[in-house]
Design a protein around this ligand. Structure first.
Ligand SMILES: [Zn+2]
Length: 255
């Protein structure tokens, strides 16, 4: 199901013991933690693209406190996935949403993200899922019609590629920060729903829209994790405890 990411190649990759290889001999190693790095050197915007280890660790601690459980539950309710589904999370970060849902629903789970530290953490935490380092903005390294569900949780979106890898009738779940997300820290945000819907003009039908929201009372360490997770590590003054709202607008499309 995986495709070679060498430009203009895109042949199927065959799994060997410690690597995957295409017919033209392009090969990619399987990391010790089990993920595959399919990122091409020219696709790296920087030497270490994507989330940093500090941001990945901060997000994981927030997930482990259970703060994001209401968001996970809302996504689960909208995705309506079962053990028969094959699910892709494009821009999956540390794999919390995909890995947790795969544990609950038993589906065949595939995650891709450009950050090596994020995918390495995902592979260690959720070894039952397949984890790929790659540039999902450019090319999703999967055969056409591979998935019954695709999700994009506060990640960049690639409408033509989502369409290509979804089976006809498959579902696409998009989560975007709502105007209330982190409102205590950055004030009221923009409502991105209409603009996001406009990104999927052809081949997608909007089925459902909903908002999931939770407010957590965080101690100073928790607050510090939130700031690291959003790349706003501390200013001069010490971090104070406080309330933080996490809020997502969910859009469900059918291909
Ligand atoms: Zn190739």
């Amino acid at each position: 199901m995986l495709l070679c990411t060498v430009r203009d190649c895109h042949l199927p990759l065959v799994r060997e013991a410690r690597r995957v290889v295409c017919e033209r001999g392009h090969s990619f190693d399987v990391a010790r933690s089990g993920y595959m790095n399919l990122l091409q050197p020219q696709e790296r915007r920087s030497k270490n693209p994507g989330d940093t280890p500090a941001a990945v660790a901060a997000r994981r601690r927030l997930h482990d406190r259970g703060i994001t459980a209401p968001l996970l539950n809302g996504i689960e309710a909208m995705l309506k996935a079962s053990a028969e589904d094959v699910v892709l999370d494009a821009g999956c970060g540390d794999g919390f949403y995909l890995g947790s849902l795969a544990e609950r629903c038993g589906f065949d789970a595939h995650g891709i993200d450009i950050s090596i530290p994020a995918i390495d953490a995902a592979a260690r935490r959720y070894p039952q899922c397949e984890w790929i380092v790659g540039n999902a903005d450019r090319f999703l390294p999967y055969e056409d019609a591979s998935f019954t569900r695709v999700m994009s949780i506060t990640a960049r979106r690639n409408a033509p590629e989502f369409k290509r890898v979804l089976k006809p009738g498959g579902l696409l779940l998009i989560a975007i920060p709502s105007p209330n997300d982190l409102i205590e820290l950055r004030g009221s945000g923009r409502d991105r729903q209409e603009r996001t819907i406009q990104e999927f003009p052809e081949g997608f039908e909007l089925l459902e829209q909903s908002r999931v929201e939770t407010t957590a009372e965080l101690d100073a360490a928790g607050m510090d994790d939130v700031l690291h997770a959003i790349y706003r590590p501390m200013r001069a003054e010490p971090v104070a405890a406080g309330n933080v709202t996490f809020s997502l607008d969910l859009l469900l499309f059918q291909a």
